[in-house]
Design a protein around this ligand. Structure first.
Ligand code: ZN
Length: 176
């Protein structure tokens, strides 16, 4: 519990001032939601929950993997590293790489990835970036679906949650 609380404080400081793609939601809401999904599915592995809270700090802030390891230990740092995109790649390359390597993730990293996609696709549909055209938003949703398809069979409950988000989409999934 102490470690989770420390991770929450660390992540909220690291993401200070950052907003989600809708331009108004504080960024920290996202890692909290990712962790909460794991908790709702009955997962109580404290290090995994810490990694969920910290999953975007290396990718989206100037926090290093080394600092995560120093403060939260090797396993948490490795999990965060697994779900961190390579900052030196373009956005398109990052998306391609995430898709290509999804099935190579450890079981715990796949759980974080699933929760991340549930949150991001949900937000893309319900709290979309203000200036993104429908086609851009649907491309993002399609990419999220493709990544989840790569790791299906990891956790039935989380995969069901992902599918339920898409069930509410106005157009048939096949047209996305
Ligand atoms: Zn994320």
């Amino acid at each position: 519990m102490k470690k989770i609380s420390q991770a929450l404080v660390f992540a909220s400081n690291a993401h200070r001032g950052q907003l989600r793609k809708d331009g108004k939601t504080p960024y920290i809401n996202h890692p909290i939601q990712v962790m909460n999904l794991l908790v709702e599915e009955g997962i109580d592995d404290a290090e995994l929950l810490c990694a969920a809270l910290l999953h975007d700090v290396v990718e989206d802030t100037d926090t290093s993997t080394e600092l995560i390891e120093k403060k939260f230990g090797k396993r948490v740092a490795e999990l965060v590293a697994e779900v961190t995109d390579d900052k030196f790649l373009s956005q398109v390359e990052r998306k391609q790489k995430q898709l290509a390597t999804a099935s190579q993730l450890s079981y715990e990293a796949r759980l974080i990835r699933l929760c991340d996609k549930i949150c991001n696709v949900h937000d893309m549909l319900h709290a979309p970036p203000r200036y993104w055209e429908t086609e851009m938003r649907m491309n993002y949703v399609r990419w999220g679906m493709a990544v989840v398809d790569e790791i299906r069979g990891t956790h039935a409950g989380l995969e069901r949650r992902f599918d339920l988000i898409l069930r509410d989409v106005q157009m048939p999934v096949s047209d996305l």
